[in-house]
Design a protein around this ligand. Structure first.
Ligand code: HEM
Ligand SMILES: *[C@@H]1O[C@H](CO)[C@@H](O)[C@H](O)[C@H]1NC(C)=O
Ligand SMILES: *[C@@H]1O[C@H](CO)[C@@H](O)[C@H](O)[C@H]1NC(C)=O
Ligand SMILES: *[C@@H]1O[C@H](CO)[C@@H](O)[C@H](O)[C@H]1NC(C)=O
Ligand SMILES: *[C@@H]1O[C@H](CO)[C@@H](O)[C@H](O)[C@H]1NC(C)=O
Ligand SMILES: *[C@@H]1O[C@H](CO)[C@@H](O)[C@H](O)[C@H]1NC(C)=O
Length: 350
């Protein structure tokens, strides 16, 4: 188990990890070598640090954990919602909390962009955590780091893996609604398009398959998959790649009329609230919910990875942590960039 967690710590900033004090000289050398290699890659920020708030906000982890725990106790789905909030923050302008900013008379944020409006949830939980942190350690912890940690805790509390994540992100002072519309993946676009959107953020094909495993928890509105039930690709028929008994139950939950559009169905019909590898066994069984989910078995570049995770849940867990750390590094602001917001919904003096 220890080894397992150590593996998870391999990230650009591991040279700052406390573990280093206990590693052998040759391991240190190879880490230094790794670090030098990584210096050449522009995407990583080595100002993130595993112990960033160790001296300034020691209660951080406990506050995030207990608040996320209460939120999930009140509403189990909140684990999924917090995970998705992090993804949608990171994919637009990087992981810098721009998604949290409310619209004002003069400022148009991302919350009301198409993929987010009436869809992304969990803002109140982030506000609660922020309010507690402003009491314990004022002006210290960024909203971007809160979102990152809340997603990590949510996955763990839903039965999934735990991973260590470097901190020190700072909050952005702008948001970009049109970037949210353009850069977030749609469930209706082909896998190659989705892969290209991930690649634009420094994430590879394996990350696409691994991170899609987040759909082992949570819900989707009927309109996000309804064409598969009644009129797939204009054929007038259901998607042939959808298991017939799941098709029947989804047609019941989402009748072919506009007023069913916002009804909900579980992304993983077998275990909607448990973070496990059943997303992948579902895909193998033609029981993915979104067209973009099932597409992972329809392409030989990804099908074997799906099969692998359907058989080896612990490898999915390990790889999910690694890909989440990668995602959490997208476009981060560090050092003196950005700011530490006092209220996650507005920029300071804004
Ligand atoms: C690969 C491309 C992806 C597409 C096309 C996609 C699409 C969607 C859609 C359409 C929904 C339902 C939204 C609604 O009906 O309001 C959804 C829900 C969700 N997505 Fe994704 N997603 C993708 C990747 C991801 C990633 C990378 C993560 C996290 C790492 C993620 C986490 C979630 C979660 C947890 C939910 C359920 C949220 C809830 O119940 O509140 N998704 N996704
Ligand atoms: C509990 O969850 C419900 C939705 O199920 C929500 O309306 C309510 O605000 C939540 N209460 C708290 C204290 O989080
Ligand atoms: C917002 O994002 C779009 C790309 O999606 C880009 O063309 C535009 O320049 C961005 N606007 C700002 C103010 O950064
Ligand atoms: C997929 O990407 C291609 C190339 O960028 C684009 O022309 C096409 O419209 C996209 N398809 C969908 C369904 O978004
Ligand atoms: C289909 O999924 C179920 C679990 O949902 C699993 O028990 C079964 O083995 C799967 N079947 C195949 C062919 O993978
Ligand atoms: C994958 O599929 C493509 C076209 O669908 C085909 O050309 C290629 O040979 C296949 N590769 C493998 C390894 O099966």
């Amino acid at each position: 188990m220890l080894l397992y967690y150590k593996l998870l710590q391999y990230s650009p900033c591991m040279y700052k990890s406390k573990d280093m004090e206990h590693t052998s000289p040759s391991a240190v050398l190879s880490h230094v070598y790794l670090f030098c290699l990584l210096l050449l890659t522009p995407l990583v920020s080595c100002q993130l640090d595993y112990n960033f708030y160790g001296g300034t906000c020691p209660s951080l982890t406990n506050i995030v954990r207990s608040t996320v725990w209460s939120a999930i106790s009140n509403e189990t789905r909140m684990a999924a919602s917090l995970l998705r909030l992090h993804f949608h923050d990171c994919f637009v302008n990087g992981c810098e909390g721009s998604l949290l900013l409310d619209d004002t008379g003069t400022f148009k944020g991302e919350k009301n962009a198409l993929p987010n409006q009436n869809s992304v949830r969990g803002y109140e939980v982030i506000d609660n955590i922020k309010a507690k942190l402003e009491k314990s350690c004022p002006l210290t912890v960024s909203c971007a780091d809160i979102v990152t940690l809340a997603a990590r805790e949510a996955v763990y509390l839903a039965g999934g893996p735990f991973w260590v994540v470097p901190l020190g992100r700072r909050d952005g002072v702008t948001a970009n609604a049109s970037a949210a519309n353009e850069q977030l993946p749609s469930p209706f676009e082909p896998l190659d398009n989705i892969t290209a959107k991930f690649a634009a953020k420094g994430l590879d094909l394996k990350d696409v398959v691994v991170l899609s495993g987040a759909h082992t928890i949570g819900f989707a509105q009927c309109f996000t998959f309804k064409p598969r039930l009644f009129n797939f690709g204009g054929s007038g028929k259901p998607d042939p790649a959808l298991d017939s008994s799941l098709l029947q139950s989804l047609q019941g939950a989402c009748p072919n009329q506009a007023d069913s559009n916002t009804k909900l169905a579980p992304l993983d019909a077998v275990s909607a609230y448990k973070f496990d590898n059943v997303y992948y066994t579902n895909l193998v069984n033609n029981s993915g919910l979104l067209q973009s989910d099932q597409a992972l078995t329809g392409d030989n570049k990804t099908a074997s990875t799906v099969l692998y995770y359907s058989k080896f849940p612990l490898f999915f867990f390990k790889d999910f942590g690694l890909s989440m750390v990668k995602m959490a590094n997208i476009g981060v602001l560090t050092g003196t960039q950005g700011e530490i917001r006092t209220n996650c919904r507005v920029v300071n003096n804004g």
